[in-house]
Design a protein around this ligand. Structure first.
Ligand SMILES: [Zn+2]
Length: 232
């Protein structure tokens, strides 16, 4: 689960829109802005006052106005994005196979538990399929899910582990694939150099396009319905 210490959520008025920003504590005095799964996060030291922080925030939004914001992948008690589609949360077993809903068992305290399980199952199948395609044997590797602040996935050759941020499950299949191929390509090349990206693009020719969607929080990719609906 999310072990970060959320301080508060503030609303910043920008372009006549109220942008919700999650504030997290950071021991470092430098303010860190992160776009993460459709939201803006700020890591800061509480020594900086909130008014000052809001001004920094508006400056940052102005500089990054092409980034899409303000749409979390998950809203507690309401919805969660799964494979590029927004699904409403339900504990009603009759809706388990209904495409509009995300079902999780009534006795489970948190839908995220089921979400992680579903993602792990999905990722395991894909990794098996793609490693075969790339002619690599990772049968003794363990696939794990995490919540990471600094990466989408992590390939650990020495430990025989591949870790993925479970929130990737919010993105449509092709976007998730780009991360799967990225991690598997680390089998051949540990560094992010030209050789590495040549391998990645051999299997995922539109890698950089998908990476753009990923970093911008475009869960649906090219045809991001939500973005279109708010711009019109
Ligand atoms: Zn990498």
């Amino acid at each position: 689960m999310d072990k970060r210490k959320i301080l508060s959520t503030i609303e910043v008025k920008y372009n006549d829109k109220a942008v919700k920003v999650n504030l997290y504590y950071s021991p470092c005095k430098r303010i860190i802005f992160r776009f993460s799964y459709g939201e803006l996060e700020i890591y800061y030291h509480t020594i900086i006052g909130q008014e000052k922080l809001k001004n920094y925030c508006i400056e940052f939004l102005k500089k990054n106005k092409n980034f899409f914001l303000n749409r979390p992948y998950y809203k507690e008690g309401l919805y969660i994005f799964v494979r590029g589609k927004k699904k409403y949360l339900t504990t009603d077993i009759h809706l388990k196979n209904n495409q509009t809903f995300f079902y999780y068992p009534k006795n489970s305290i948190d839908p995220i538990k089921q979400y992680k399980r579903d993602f792990l199952e999905y990722a395991t199948i894909k990794i098996k399929e793609y490693s075969k395609k790339m002619n690599i044997d990772i049968s003794d590797y363990k696939i794990r899910t995490i919540l990471s602040l600094s990466y989408y996935g992590c390939f650990m050759k020495k430990d025989r582990q591949i870790k993925f941020d479970y929130r990737l499950f919010a993105f449509k299949d092709e976007i998730m694939d780009s991360v799967f191929y990225h991690e598997l390509a680390h089998y051949f090349e540990p560094k992010h150099n030209d050789r590495f990206y040549t391998i990645v693009q051999l299997y995922c020719p539109d890698y950089f396009k998908y990476h753009f969607y990923l970093t911008h929080g475009y869960f649906q990719g090219d045809l991001d319905v939500y973005e279109k609906s708010i711009n019109n």
